[in-house]
Design a protein around this ligand. Structure first.
Ligand code: PLP
Length: 368
């Protein structure tokens, strides 16, 4: 938390606008629009809800196909299942760990030959770094398929000077507890397409028709953000740039202080500036130990670390779904999952905590 959160919560209490909606929600939407550089926003109960509404907006229904980044959190693709559609997973490329343009092109060639064009493509900005949109967007455009940018992890990151969240026809953010800013739980859809935002707003409030009584013609959802959560979000947004600075510092310290070990940091591309949401490293191949050994060692000191996201095509849930690979041999995402390690990266982590983590990693690796 940054300090101002209680002020906005107090305002909600003082005006007795706890729920639903209220000033904080309207202001939070406006402030996100201004920060990201987009015209319209819709505050929701989660980022997953945002992806669900975006898919519905693009008419995704039973039996349809949707392309989605493979190396991601399940929140990216679970909404495809809510619509009884088929996810098709697209591998990462080695330079950004984001969606591979080569694999995407392969998937479109398959779709074209099988007459199974997707209704949308979900592109994830992984671990706070933008995908390479100048490569990916022209491919989607060529086939006339809309893009949903899953910028859940990338609020504040940029690509060629533009903020993440401006590259999708519809884009989403998450304010879940683990993200760079949090509302305790929440999300936002942003777009320059006003009619898309209006339609999603309608669905997110139980599809109430304009009438004095409760009139319904369409299925709706209870997906809106509360005025209390939005109050937390407003204060968090004011501190976002500071959080990004802190996380960049943490990343750079790891990079510097682990540089003598067989560890490699996530590649940062010069085409953009990430928000450094997570500090992620890969251990060198054939070194004789695994990320699991380091994770276990850190655990003995009560330090939490994690593997990378397990690729979606490797999940039992999606074992029947198609997957398109970047190369010919091992999928890039599989390789990253096998060798990758996410280190503690919280914005409020202090110098001595990080020193302890670094020291512990050195000790573990020397003992292996
Ligand atoms: C967190 C996350 C989501 C889901 O957001 P929620 O607000 O938790 O529903 C979706 N995609 C990615 C890539 C995420 O990291």
């Amino acid at each position: 938390m940054s300090g101002n959160e209680m002020k906005y919560i107090q305002e909600a209490f003082d005006t007795n606008w706890i729920a639903p909606l209220g000033t904080n929600v309207d202001k939070f939407e406006e402030e996100i629009c201004e920060y990201v550089g987009v015209n319209h926003a819709l505050a929701l109960s989660s980022g997953t809800a945002g992806i669900h509404l975006a898919l519905k907006y693009y008419g995704v229904g039973p039996g349809d196909y949707v392309f989605c980044s493979d190396l991601t959190f399940a929140g990216s693709c679970n909404p495809i299942m809510y619509q009884y559609a088929n996810p098709v997973f697209i591998d990462s490329e080695p330079n950004t760990w984001n969606m591979s343009p080569i694999a995407l092109e392969k998937a479109f060639e398959w779709a074209k030959s099988e007459n199974k064009m997707p209704k949308a493509v979900i592109i994830v900005d992984l671990y706070g770094q933008s995908a390479d949109y100048d490569q990916l967007l022209p491919i989607c455009k060529k086939y006339g398929v809309p893009v949903i940018e899953d910028a859940a992890e990338a609020l504040g990151a940029t690509y060629k000077g533009k903020k993440c969240g401006t590259f999708g026809d519809i884009s989403i953010f998450s304010f879940n507890g683990n993200k760079i800013i949090t509302t305790s739980g929440g999300g936002m859809v942003v777009s320059n397409d006003e009619s898309a935002i209006n339609k999603m707003r309608f669905w997110s409030t139980q599809s109430r028709e304009a009438a004095r009584h409760y009139e319904h013609k369409e299925v709706g959802y209870n997906y809106r953000m509360s005025n209390i959560c939005a109050g937390i979000g407003r204060a968090q947004l004011q501190t976002l740039d500071k959080f990004i600075d802190n996380r960049r510092y943490i990343f750079e310290q790891y990079k510097l202080k682990l540089s003598t070990l067989p560890l490699l940091s996530m590649p940062i591309n010069e085409f953009g500036v990430p928000n450094y949401w997570l500090s992620v490293f890969t251990i060198d191949e054939g070194i004789g130990y695994t990320p699991e050994d380091i994770i276990k060692g850190l655990e003995t000191k009560n330090i939490e670390s994690r593997p990378l996201w397990k690729p979606m095509h490797k999940q039992k849930l999606f074992s029947d779904n198609l997957f398109f690979c970047h190369g010919e041999v091992e999928a890039i995402g599989d390789h990253l999952f096998r060798y990758g390690l996410c280190l503690p990266s919280g914005s409020s982590m202090n110098e001595s905590q990080q020193t302890l983590i670094v020291k512990t990693i050195h000790e573990i690796i020397h003992s292996l």
